[in-house]
Design a binder for this molecule. Structure first.
Ligand code: FAD
Length: 383
């Protein structure tokens, strides 16, 4: 996104992507209204909506005590009153194809950054291992948008102090039939929790487990896992056998942090590399896109004048830290309530009464929904 935003301001950009395509399973696919607003401002909303997708205006959580409305976008007076579920690889490919229309944009696929070029204490580019051997790119500014395990962050000495992650998540998918009913976004039963995301042809499922609990899941066996999924969501009873092998299950360690400093001379971190997000409530893509818009707004003219200062990067961090921390706080609370009880066998996860009351009042439940979607205020493209 940042590459596209800078290229359309005639700023030369080289995008390095370590993989040869964008098709990776670890990515979620929940796109919030604020991202759709950004795509609208870029004139790309029709192209985005041509990608097969599903729209959800109400997010619900099904519990043994009844269904709780977590969010209802149709109540908000916004341009796109829904969350859109669309495959992230298609979304990113669209951005890259658009960026390629600008003569100053270049993308190197299969180019893994493994070194920073430093001169007089300033980062002035990267070294990489590419499909045709080693190479280097010199640049006025190096942006590490390289995710939770950011290499750029490590090379720049900006590593976070990591708290012990509290949960892992098993990620899998099952086929989706045209006759399938709508399901709640989160289904909670005394057998566990399942997050359910309807892609056009598959259900993407998240199955949280206590940190380090995968060995025990494997010990119990694949059939026990299938039974557990079907027990939580009986709709899947007729298709859990599609999970034929452990290789159909991806395990993610859920780590959330926000770096003390997102920048150093010549280098800036945005997205997950600056603040890895838990997948709970799926806000990571949203925040990463908003970081990119803020960075483009603040740095565009500075880059043209070859005058990016540390204070400019400090401003980006200042503007983005509060929304990130608010959302991480909200995610942590939900995680504590829903996932940590899973550690104590036989303790069904539950929302406390106060939280149930909160979500039963539409005006109150609009607040976290707005913060999740837009941060404290919407981010708009300036140039
Ligand atoms: C299981 C799971 C489910 C999630 N579900 C959702 C969801 O539904 N909705 C949501 O909003 N968020 C979700 N998230 C969070 C979301 O995926 C991230 O917050 C978001 O992808 C961050 O975007 P990013 O561009 O910062 O990093 P990433 O999406 O991680 O992209 C980083 C890119 O950098 C590349 N890269 C890495 N190292 C190098 C290198 N050395 N050289 C060159 N390239 C490199 C990677 O290949 C990758 O393409 C989920 C996260 C997890 C773990």
């Amino acid at each position: 996104m940042l590459g596209l935003l800078l290229a359309r301001q005639d700023i030369p950009v080289v995008l390095l992507e370590s993989h040869v395509d964008f098709d990776r399973d670890f990515r979620g696919d929940t796109v919030f209204p604020s991202v759709l607003d950004v795509m609208y401002e870029l004139g790309l909303i029709d192209k985005l909506m041509n990608i097969p997708h599903t729209k959800i205006s109400k997010l619900r959580m099904q519990t043994p005590k009844g269904t709780i409305a977590l969010a209802d976008y149709s109540r908000l007076r916004i341009r796109f009153p829904h969350v859109t579920i669309l495959p992230q690889p298609n979304f990113i490919s669209l951005l890259v194809e658009e960026a390629k229309q600008y003569p100053h944009f270049q993308v190197l696929m299969g180019a893994q950054v493994d070194g920073l070029i430093e001169e007089s204490g300033q980062v002035c580019g990267v070294r990489y291992r590419g499909q045709n051997g080693r190479g280097e790119v010199r640049a006025q500014l190096t942006v590490g948008a390289d995710g939770r395990f950011s290499r750029v962050r490590k090379l720049a000495g900006l590593e976070p102090k990591l708290a012990e992650p509290t949960m892992d998540i098993l990620w899998t998918r099952l086929s989706r039939k045209p006759s399938d009913p709508d399901l709640a976004t989160v289904i909670q039963s005394d057998k566990g929790i399942l997050s359910v995301s309807p892609r056009p042809d598959v259900w993407q499922l998240g199955y949280p487990i206590p940190k380090g609990g995968y060995a025990r899941v494997r010990e119990r066996g694949l059939e026990a896992l299938r039974r557990s999924i079907a027990g939580i969501a009986p709709l899947f009873e007729d298709r859990v056998d599609e999970i034929k092998d452990w290789k159909h299950i991806s395990v993610f360690s859920i780590q959330a942090y926000c770096l003390k400093r997102w920048y150093a001379p010549g280098v800036l971190l945005i997205g997950d590399s600056a603040h890895a997000m838990s997948p709970i409530a799926g806000a990571g893509i949203n925040l990463a896109v908003q970081d990119a818009v803020t960075a483009s707004n603040i740095l565009g003219e500075k880059l043209k004048a070859n005058d990016v200062q540390l204070v400019d990067m400090a401003r980006i961090q200042r503007e983005r830290t509060l929304p990130v921390k608010l959302i991480q706080g909200h995610q942590q609370k939900l995680q504590k309530r829903l996932v940590e009880p899973l550690e104590k066998e036989g303790t069904p996860p539950n929302l406390p009464v106060m939280m149930r009351v909160f979500f039963s009042i539409p005006f109150l439940r609009d607040i976290p929904m707005k913060v999740l979607s837009f941060g404290l205020r919407p981010v708009h493209i300036k140039a």
